[in-house]
Design a protein. Structure first.
Length: 324
């Protein structure tokens, strides 16, 4: 893709984001801080709407054949945006989510596989979308982590194995750059909202699914290891404390670092991005190696994560009680 075209995409995305800010301000699409928030000021919600819009614009102006993916993305993004501004019936929201996931499976041609692969894929997709939603709690983390993931996928696509469209990866990366300009700062201009966290999760899952199917290497799921680990163990500890895991909370590790230890949002985001960058580098190095190397990367990170959580938060806080 020519630099002039990339620049044009970038300018279009900046303009569309600014237009959305005007609309959000006009219709009061804002996030008001409460006792669970990690911010103190009223902020525009839904800035992540630029993610599905970027894919739609690319699709309209290019011969992009992944139509089931695009329809699924638009459906799940639309219902998520409505969820940002209205109180939707859970059955309606879950129905659209499931429909979008099934469209994604059609795009991957998964229905030709055995039923248990469909079940594994369903768990992977739903878990990733929920993890992204749970982790979207401080400035920069969704945009920064996603930009790193898209950048890693672009490198893999160019230098390791070609599994998807370089151009689409670049376009999504540009949308993330625009969003980060307004979000990756001490005082964010906007938050991603459900439309942002859910849609970028759906997009990234699409790419990682393509990569795994192309290479037959399931360990590329480790491209999401940091988010996955923090989400999984936070849910586990909440179950140990007999808390309602579906109730909003502030007990993720990144929230402890920012809310209790008072590390800046951007510093915590940098820690998470650095950890995932090291994992991604290890994945590329060990791509043709055996399962022991991938298992070693997984166990090393999980061990470090748990040691940090227990040493900083303490056993009693993690397993017995947690002050919101």
């Amino acid at each position: 893709m020519q630099n002039s075209i990339l620049l044009l995409y970038f300018v279009i995305f900046v303009v569309l984001e600014l237009v959305y800010f005007k609309i959000a301000d006009r219709f009061n699409i804002i996030d008001k801080p409460n006792h669970r928030s990690s911010h103190q000021t009223i902020t525009i919600r839904g800035g992540g709407i630029i993610f599905p819009i970027s894919v739609l614009i690319y699709t309209l102006f290019n011969d992009f054949q992944q139509i089931y993916f695009v329809i699924g993305l638009l459906a799940i993004s639309t219902i998520s945006f409505l969820d940002d501004i209205l109180t939707l019936n859970n059955k309606v929201r879950l129905g659209i989510h499931l429909t979008s996931v099934l469209l994604l499976f059609m795009q991957w041609d998964l229905f030709s596989f055995s039923w248990y692969w469909l079940l594994i894929a369903l768990v992977f997709v739903i878990a990733t979308i929920n993890a992204y939603n749970f982790m979207d709690g401080i400035n920069g983390i969704t945009g920064g982590y996603s930009l790193l993931t898209i950048g890693s996928l672009y490198y893999i696509n160019k230098s390791v194995v070609n599994f998807t469209s370089d151009e689409l990866l670049l376009v999504v990366g540009l949308a993330l750059l625009v969003f980060n300009f307004f979000n990756f700062r001490t005082k964010a201009k906007c938050f991603a909202g459900d439309v942002g966290s859910v849609s970028i999760a759906f997009i990234i899952v699409f790419f990682i699914g393509q990569l795994i199917l192309k290479t037959q290497n399931p360990f590329y799921i480790l491209l999401l290891l940091v988010y996955g680990t923090d989400t999984a163990f936070t849910v586990f500890f909440r179950k140990l404390r007999k808390e309602n895991i579906f109730e909003a909370h502030r007990s993720h590790f990144y929230q402890y670092l920012s809310n209790h230890l008072k590390y800046s949002h951007l510093l915590v985001t940098f820690f998470y991005m650095l950890a995932q960058l090291l994992i991604n580098a290890a994945l590329v190095v060990f791509v043709n190696d055996n399962i022991l190397h991938f298992g070693g990367v997984f166990l090393a990170f999980v061990t470090i994560y748990l040691v940090l959580r227990f040493s900083l938060e303490g056993k009693n806080k993690l397993m017995v009680s947690y002050n919101h």
